[in-house]
Design a protein around this ligand. Structure first.
Ligand code: C2O
Ligand code: CU
Ligand code: CU
Length: 451
């Protein structure tokens, strides 16, 4: 059934193949493609309907990460699409222009499905952003970068490690891909380039920077434009987080986008000591490259061009006013001994338990505390929130706008302000969870309903 005025997307999930090294074929999953999927472009205010066909031999789900929508359209673990079945959610695009994404959210199977390729970007556009003079020609001066790391076995085949180390730390690869391509090159034809970066990795955090120490202008976070551009030299993104930057190419010099991987083990695995004790695990190959930068994208300008000015103001963001909150909820993230007790507030994800009932239309503070030795990116469905503070300190530039995923460092407490504006449904839950996919699959996830 298609209502008038709905824009229709047809997505077909199927098994595919990809050569991560020439001549060696690996099985993958793709959406309308052998691996990953098409960028969907939507406009704020329009209604969309997505026909999602599951051509796999396994169940799958597709979640619209960052979207505010009815719980039944969310694509979480309860919206299972059985093999051969079609799921056709419809919703109004409510949130601001930005980079969002869609990916598998299969119960206890999100890590392997996203890793195999079940993920792709969504562009939302709106009038507020169109009124600004920002690069916005897709593939020309405005490009998405899905950054993902992968492990290949000795023969060059894609490998999803399932040993205890990988399950506890999350699966981290030693090869980095942008939109499925290693050592990617972009031939730029303009003097200013807009990069929309999505950390689509299962577990690895990245610090992004430009070669030669050049600054980049940070213009947007998960939920759209910041109030103004911020010149930054480095930018940290955890799995699930996005950022948009403008890169100046007016001098015509080639440059590279670099990524280093901050150590997210906080002494747990480091040098064979810490909690694990002794050399039992030691440092593995997939944790080794922590300070050597990966060159993930080489940008080659066609020549010099006049410097394009930045708009001094980007978006008029509402003032952040924590006194609006009528209550505070607390969430404590923990991993248990050896990662065997991935939990939030002492409980592991249970499909049959609603952990929180949240009244629609009321402002709340969610206080997220990390009791473990690793940083976790905490993601909340159906909302774009504001970060109030981290351990009482003002948040960095990336967190001055709207977010749906936020890093919570070891022993730290992050407070966010949020409100679910509509879509109450007492029977269908949304999720909140760690976006390290192996942690999510192992139970660091909870369910809430908006009532
Ligand atoms: Cu991007 Cu609940 O996930
Ligand atoms: Cu989500
Ligand atoms: Cu985690």
């Amino acid at each position: 059934i298609v209502e008038q005025g709905e824009r229709v997307f047809r997505l077909s999930i199927s098994a595919g193949q990809k050569e991560f090294v020439p001549g060696v074929v690996s099985p993958t999953i793709g959406i309308n493609a052998p691996y990953l999927g098409p960028t969907l472009e939507m406009r704020r205010g329009e209604r969309v309907r997505l026909h999602v066909d599951n051509g796999l031999d396994d169940g799958a789900t597709v979640h619209w990460h960052g979207f505010e929508l009815p719980a039944a359209a969310d694509g979480g673990p309860h919206q299972l699409i059985r093999p051969g079945a079609r799921w056709s959610p419809s919703f109004e695009v409510r949130q601001r222009a930005s980079l969002y994404w869609y990916h598998s959210h299969l119960h206890r199977g999100t890590g392997p499905q996203v890793y195999a390729g079940l993920a792709a970007p969504i562009y939302v556009r709106d009038d507020e952003e169109d009124a600004l003079d920002l690069p916005s020609e897709y593939g020309v001066d405005d490009i998405p970068l899905i950054v993902q790391d992968r492990v290949l076995d000795n023969s060059g085949k894609l490998l999803y490690p399932q040993n205890m180390h990988a399950q506890m730390m999350g699966v981290r690869g030693d090869r980095l891909y942008v939109n499925g391509t290693q050592n990617a090159v972009f031939d730029a034809r303009t003097g200013q380039l807009r990069l929309r970066i999505l950390n689509g990795s299962n577990a690895r955090f990245y610090d992004f920077s430009l070669s030669g120490g050049q600054t980049m202008e940070l213009i947007a976070s998960d939920g759209g434009l910041l109030d103004r551009p911020h010149a930054v030299r480095s930018l940290r993104l955890a799995p699930g987080e996005r950022a948009q930057i403008l890169v100046d190419l007016s001098e015509g010099r080639p440059l590279s986008l670099l990524a280093t991987s901050p150590d997210n083990s906080m002494g747990m695995m480091g040098n064979g000591g810490g909690m694990m004790g002794g050399g039992m695990m030691g440092r593995r190959r997939d944790d080794a490259r922590t300070d050597e930068p990966f060159r993930i994208l080489d940008i080659r300008p066609s020549g010099s061009s006049p410097r394009r000015n930045l708009p001094p103001q980007l978006a008029a963001l509402p003032a952040l006013d924590p006194s609006l909150a009528v209550r505070t909820r607390r969430f404590v993230l923990d991993m248990g001994m050896m990662g065997g007790g991935m939990s939030i507030n002492g409980a592991s994800m249970d499909m049959n338990v609603i952990n929180e009932r949240v009244p629609v239309g009321q402002w709340e503070i969610w206080e997220i505390a990390n009791a473990s030795m690793m940083a976790h990116p905490f993601h909340i469905h159906n909302v774009q929130f504001r970060v109030i503070d981290r351990d009482g300190h003002a948040p960095p530039p990336l967190e001055t706008g709207f977010k749906d995923t936020v890093i919570v460092n070891p022993r730290e407490q992050v407070r966010v302000l949020l409100r679910f504006e509509e879509h109450s449904d007492p029977d269908t839950p949304y999720m909140y969870h760690c976006h390290i996919l192996e942690h999510e699959d192992a139970g660091m996830m909870g369910q809430f309903v908006v009532v």
